[in-house]
Ligand binder design. Structure first.
Ligand SMILES: [Zn+2]
Length: 120
């Protein structure tokens, strides 16, 4: 991770909004956290994964999973990580290691909330 300190880019904001557009336990608190959020790290490999920091005064979300929501597209996954109820990372995983890594757009993705009874 390269340390940075910046606001979300519009395409990152769109992806985050998309991930939080479906209902799951703790979603409302996470959505609130995105109102005051800072990007504090960027992956060096060019995949677009970013580390997030929320206002420490935000209300923590009561989450059942450290990855409460993910989305998948063609040969890629988008994972939203939260630690102790606070947004921590927006990870983009490319499976085929393509030479170009366009930033994932909501219209190319399908949401997948973790099933409640999942064992992993
Ligand atoms: Zn990367």
């Amino acid at each position: 991770m390269n340390p940075v300190r910046r606001q979300l880019h519009p395409e990152e904001r769109a992806l985050l909004d998309f991930l939080l557009s479906t209902d799951f336990p703790g979603r409302d608190e996470l959505k609130k956290q995105t109102e005051n959020i800072t990007v504090v790290g960027e992956c060096k490999c060019g995949c677009g994964t970013i580390k997030l920091q929320v206002d420490p005064n935000c209300v923590a979300a009561k989450l059942e999973k450290s990855i409460p929501i993910e989305a998948y597209g063609e040969a890629l996954d988008v994972l939203l990580f939260a630690a102790a109820g606070f947004l921590g990372m927006l990870e983009i995983v490319f499976y085929a290691d393509p030479p170009e890594k366009p930033y994932p757009r909501p219209e190319h993705l399908r949401l997948w909330p973790r099933p409640h009874a999942s064992t992993h």
